[in-house]
Design a protein. Sequence first.
Lengths: 535, 178
Amino acid sequence: MSSAEVALAAAPEAKHYTGLLDWLTTTDHKKIGLMYLIFSLVNAWVGGLFAGMVRLRLYDPNWNFIKPEFFNQMLTMHATVMIFMVVMPAFVGFGNYLVPLMIGARDMAFPKLNAFSFWMLIPPSLMMYASFFTVGGSAQGGWWSYPPLSGAEFSPGAGESLWCLAIILLGISSIMGAVNFLVTIADMRAPGMGWMQMPLFVWATEITAWLLLLAVPILSGVLVMLLSDRIFHTGFFQPGLGGDPLLYQHLFWFFGHPEVYIMILPAFGIMSHVLPAFAHKPVFGYKGMVYALASIGVLGFMVWAHHMFTSGISPEAQIFFSTTSLIIAVPTGVKVYSWLASMWGGTIDFSAAMKFGLGFIGLFVIGGLNGVVLAIVPFDIAVHNTYFIVAHLHFVLFGGSVMGLMAATYFWFPKMTGRRLSEKLGNWHFWLFFIGFLWVFTPMHILGIEGMPRRVAFYRPEFTDLNRFISLGFLLLLAGGLIFTYNVIHSIRHGEPTPEPDPWKINDVQQSLEWMVPSPPPAWNFDEVPVYEEG
Amino acid sequence: MSRISSHPAPISARKHRGRMAWLLLAIVPVMFAFAFANIPLFRVWCEHYGIAVAPVNRAATTAADGRTLNMMFTGEVSTALPIQFEPKDSLQRVKVGERVENAYTFFNPTDQPIRFRAIHAIYPEAAAKTLALMQCFCFSDQELAPHQTKTLPVIYEVNPGLPGTVTEVTLNYTLFPK
């Protein structure tokens, strides 16, 4: 039986709805992927506005219409939303859309499970937002939620408990998604496509899925303990009952550091497509890129206590974790050099996607380098809990992950919709984001070294000027976000049509399967199962 | 590189995929359990490395009857004295009234003999009067031959007069050239 007949035989099982019902019941990886991306965009606005509230309060701490308690809620929820409801689902969205196309599959291995993973995001997200309306408001203990601050004594409201529960539920979605990706990649590659022929974005998704599968259950476990301490007054983290709050930090960061790589590895994968594409060259050092991804994934589990240098760990442990953290710079450096080599000597097309790609390299390298500096214990102790850390994490998470997501959006939007995003608006978007980003986050290094503590709604008077400067820069990011959102909504209907399979004219060198099917791809992706042949 | 052909779809793979998914899902309860396994593992680790977080807490509950505490041992060398030294146990759990022994190991890495005197200090001050040193290398001058390693005992006892609020006492030595 040919694959076309298989498709026809399977087709009648599925009921065909149209319009909204179709989207609500779909198991098509492309539609689910798009829903993930829309979910992320909506939440990015909420999380972004939370950041705006934080910056508004810090513009002038005497303006008391944003109370310190509310500031703490905004701070906590900004991070929570951006991490769990924007960056992670956005990468899963791109993964969902692109991985089956890139490996020559018709769908994910478990399409219904895939739909379940997406819809599983909605209840915990609503729970998160609903927690604002409980007595005492949402969680205020930061996205790391350390006890005793997050314990029943200091966070008595329901907000913190809802937060724990919502994160556990979001974790179930991530775990199901990860299993689906791992089986899809292992078992559904086109005939002839070996592991070392997979596109690098697929590799990045593979490693990320492993990290999710191994790290997220740890977070679930530790949050179950925290919830139990809060509700049943057990003593997992309560010294008076023989528990230990430091154990929470260890377990949280044993999840938390792989989580950092969960949020950056897919962006690495995206860069390995975007940068060579617009330099019209094949990617440099494919094998090195794969090994670098894998070793970052493994090392990611061996560095967690570098978040805890001031938490009373022994000097031997400090040396160990400092060393492993420094070693991560090696595979990361391999990737950066390979991207540069991929562009070297190419004819570079400065499209919006490429601009975001180049912006990614610049900003991520700064974030990575001040990460190397932070891995050095004495320096970390000096700037721990200051704005230097805020600067560092935003350089990698915004300068890295978000810039990567933007590059991916401009790059694959024509594939997903059959229309191109406006390059002119994309240009405005890029420069507003790039300048706005540097405007907001560069001065935070100075504030940190001068000793401004993070997470606090007040500061000493000498920090006023820089804080006002930073808060004004937020407006540039806001404008960039508005332009981007308008561009997406407008271009879906009115963008330049790109029905051809390869609208960027790159696949003669890129040679990736998603550029061989029409844009947008038909429901079954490939009329017949493609066979991958070298050469 | 890739061409379209009528290769049959791997239909029989469905069972295989299900098995693979269950295997992968089996990792989830293992990692979940690993989080809980860390509760005892963490205590063992801390006790091994003398990070006294958990034991201190037990002391806090038994300190109500006032009679168990942590003795911490530290040391430093005054300027330009090239001796390396460290306690055998940096932390000891002791009962009030019990006679306990610890030791410090000294090493002279130079080619010259070194004479030195150890000066002790006890923190907190409230404990200073009730900590009795029975035997101590600080009672007299000491000498180390070139490259010599020497282990010298400290025998001490905490008297019952120790204020109930004190649960941790630090005994620190500073070495001075003689």
